[in-house]
Each structure stands twice: as C-alpha cells, then as structure tokens.
Unconditional design. Structure first.
Length: 290
C-alpha cells in the first residue's frame, strides 16, 4: 500500500518564460512578463534550435533547479539519485532531485532547490523522519500532518564549491555558483546546485525514501511507497558515480540491478551551455569515464 501525503491543484503553479543570454564567461536570465500555468509551461517545452553552444540569446519555457546531493555515510561518499517516470517524454530515468521554479522564486532559485530536497528526500529513523536545515534556516516539512518527525535530531545541508562560470539573474550573481545548462529538447534552463547532506550520529538504522508529485486525474499527488524504493545511492569515485547502485533500508545497503537503467539529461554530455540529449544509458555514462 502507498501512503497519500499530499494532493493539490496543478493550476496553482504559476511561472514565467525567460530570456537567456550566454557568452563564454557567464549566463544571464531574466523573466519575461507573461505568466504561465503548469499546462501552458508544458506546451512551450518544445525543441529549441541554437547554432552556437557558447554564445546565444534565446527564450526558454521555464527555469528548473536540480540538486547534486552528496551523502557521506560509513566512510564512503554517495551521490543521491531518484527514479522518475516521465510520461511526457516516454521514459523512466534516474535523475537528480529537481523541480520547476515558480514565479515568486525565480530570483531565489536556491530556496526552490532546498524545498525540493525537503519534499523528495525522506530520511526515516526509528524515532521518526528527520527535518532539515540549511545553515541556520529550517527547511519546510511538507508532510508533517501525515508523517511523524524526529523531535531531537535534524539533517544539515551545506553548499559545496560551485561552478567556475558565473550565472546571473536580472538583479544579482547567484552566490552559491550553481552550474547551468539550456536543455534544447525541452527549451528549458536548468540550474544545478552542489550540496552536501550531513547526518547526525547515533540515529539508529535509517531508510531513505523518495516522494515525488505526479498527476492523478486533475490533481498533483505525492505518495510514499515503501515497497518500491525509488531513491538510490551511487558510490562516488573521483566525483563520478561508480558502476554500483544501492537502496538503503533499515541501515542496510541493498544492491540494485543496473543492466537496463537510463539516466536523465543532467548526466548527458554538455557542449558549453547546452545539453542536447534527453537521457543517457547507464552503460554509456560509465563508458564516457574511460
């Protein structure tokens, strides 16, 4: 059985298309005046043609954020990836924790990234689910009405060293220095933040779960399914994922089959500011490392 944690109207989501200007040193984005509903945004996510990958000016349908989340656990660094079925693209991939940025956070995309971590990465202990903090700021607890939370412990998110190239919105440079790419198949701009997940000691056996919103009828719903783990740990070797994949349940790593896994475009090759693939096979990702 799955546990319903959240149900909401997707039409409450409002965002804006962006004007993006890029050159060899920096990328600048600014919202355009038009407001888009979730459906209108999806309709604009159509293939984009750009002749130069390093210098261009273009409009994109939306801003997205991803989190390259790293966990140090029992002496090993792991990348956290989550599984998502994508009916609009006809595939099922492992991807970074990610989401669409609404209008009110277009100039504060880090806050949206932190909210995505709080919503998608659930850490269960024998005494409840861990709330989280970024520096001294508490993350939201979106499922507090349905899930018990640990009353004495919390996890900590910390920013890691960011991209060497500058990303700016219309008002300021993004200080956490996310990397950025325009995904041409969906005409979208994606910011990728590098964050470290730190767990307190003496939690007891923990489990990691993924919760993501998906459409059921006319509503976006979020469900917790303990029978089918969709959050995985990939050991990191020289900042790349090794050819191993695990779920974590009751403190034990459980090996996952990697023979027919696809990764999202966030792991595909980049040409300067552009990513032009929709996904990459697990085997091809590892072949590129050699």
């Amino acid at each position: 059985m799955t546990e319903l944690l959240l149900s909401k109207d997707p039409q409450r989501f409002i965002t804006q298309p962006l004007l993006v200007e890029a050159n060899a040193e920096q990328l600048l984005y600014q919202p355009l005046a038009q407001s888009l509903s979730f459906g209108q945004m999806q309709a604009r996510r159509v293939p984009l043609q750009l002749s130069c990958a390093e210098q261009f000016t273009t409009e994109v349908a939306n801003l997205g954020v991803s989190v390259r989340l790293t966990l140090h656990w029992q002496g090993q660094d792991y990348a956290i990836v989550v599984q998502q079925e994508r009916p609009d693209r006809g595939d099922c991939v492992l991807k970074l924790i990610s989401g669409y940025v609404p209008s009110h956070l277009l100039e504060l995309p880090l806050l949206c990234a932190l909210e995505e971590v709080a919503e998608e990465c659930l850490i269960e202990t024998p005494h409840g689910f861990l709330p989280g903090r970024f520096d001294c700021v508490w993350l939201p607890t979106p499922y507090a009405d349905h899930l018990p939370h640990h009353k004495k412990a919390s996890y900590q998110l910390q920013a890691k060293c960011g991209s060497a190239r500058t990303v700016r919105n219309q008002r300021q440079t993004l200080q956490e220095r996310p990397s950025a790419y325009v995904h041409t198949p969906t005409a979208s701009l994606q910011l990728v933040y590098d964050l470290q997940l730190q767990l307190p000691d003496n939690l007891g056996p923990i489990s990691l779960w993924h919760v993501d919103e998906h459409l059921e009828g006319q509503h976006l719903v979020a469900r917790l399914d303990r029978r089918h783990p969709k959050l995985f740990l990939a050991p990191l070797t020289e900042h790349r994922m090794a050819n191993q994949l695990f779920s974590l349940h009751n403190g034990e790593l459980i090996a996952a089959d990697t023979r027919d896994i696809w990764l999202s475009e966030g792991f595909a090759p980049r040409q300067h500011w552009l990513v032009q693939d929709s996904h990459i096979h697990w085997a091809d990702y590892h072949a590129r490392a050699h």
